[in-house]
Design a protein around this ligand. Sequence first.
Ligand SMILES: C[S@@+](CC[C@H](N)C(=O)[O-])C[C@H]1O[C@@H](n2cnc3c(N)ncnc32)[C@H](O)[C@@H]1O
Length: 325
Amino acid sequence: MMMHFKQFPISVYDFMNHALYDNEHGYYMKKVPMGERTADFITAPELSPLFSEVIAFWILGRIFEHSGKVNILELGPGKGTMAKDVLKTIKKMSPSHFENIKYNLLEISPTLKQTQANKLAEFNNVNWIEHITDIRSEDLTIVLANEFFDALPARQYAKKDGQYYERLINDKFEFILAEKPTFIGKSYVEDIVELYPDMPEILQDLKLLNAKLLVIDYGDLGTSDTLQAIKNHQKVGIFEDISNSDLTTQVDFRQIIKPFDGYAEINISNMNDFLAANGLLVRAEQLLENATAEEKDYINYVLKKLLSEEEMGKIFKVLEINPHE
Ligand SMILES: C[S@@+](CC[C@H](N)C(=O)[O-])C[C@H]1O[C@@H](n2cnc3c(N)ncnc32)[C@H](O)[C@@H]1O
């Protein structure tokens, strides 16, 4: 299917928005293949409940000594799988903490909202919000974002003669540079910088929540030209099959951290270190004890996928933000 734009050149931001947005359903999440557990591009919560169990252990570690109400907010919850497994785990491990939890979901896609509502029907402590600012509460708040920020559309700027020019796409679907430079606030070491226009407002709202944040995504402290298209689990040309490929960028974690600098304790780690430090292997050992041969194979496959540096272990980072008291 060809894309139609009224006017060229277009920005990468408009291009990504167009490719990500489906008029009928809103945001279309192409990344999670339906029912295909062993697909190449699958998010960690869809791979196995083990991942979400570790997230639940992390949450319990943050609220263990807290006897009051707790708000959890999940950004971009996809199919609701992580929400379900986190809630199930907390309920099992600490019923008293579970009683105090309200689990809020912020989702842009009406179709995925419905999927989430079906999946979470057994819980009466879940709630969908329209804006981060809808959470107005003095209660302890925890924010979870797994593969949320990578889905935000980016603008690209290329450095030329010490100035930044926006990268645009012409009517032949080739990259060109804008005629005039744009002032992007500071100079970066990278020749191509990706900035996310929707990010500053989201971060500002999150900062006002004074919440403990857990952000998991693929990216690094500094990224360059990372816009990519994936179709049928293969990297394809960005313009090859626009409507059927999944367009994402790797997250530049510097941009997420920036507003919290000085206001919070900030820790960033590779996903394999985070998962190991928060109980993944202990939990896997328990499961392996009573598993059938087939289940053992799957648990080992999941461990490799989550921990190996060639798979998700290193390219995915975990950012923990803990506001100063
Ligand atoms: C790549 S999916 C990740 C889904 C899920 N967290 C997981 O790990 O399986 C991105 C999610 O973010 C949602 N999303 C994208 N942009 C959003 C926005 N601006 N506000 C709220 N949700 C958004 C998508 O609809 C989708 O649920």
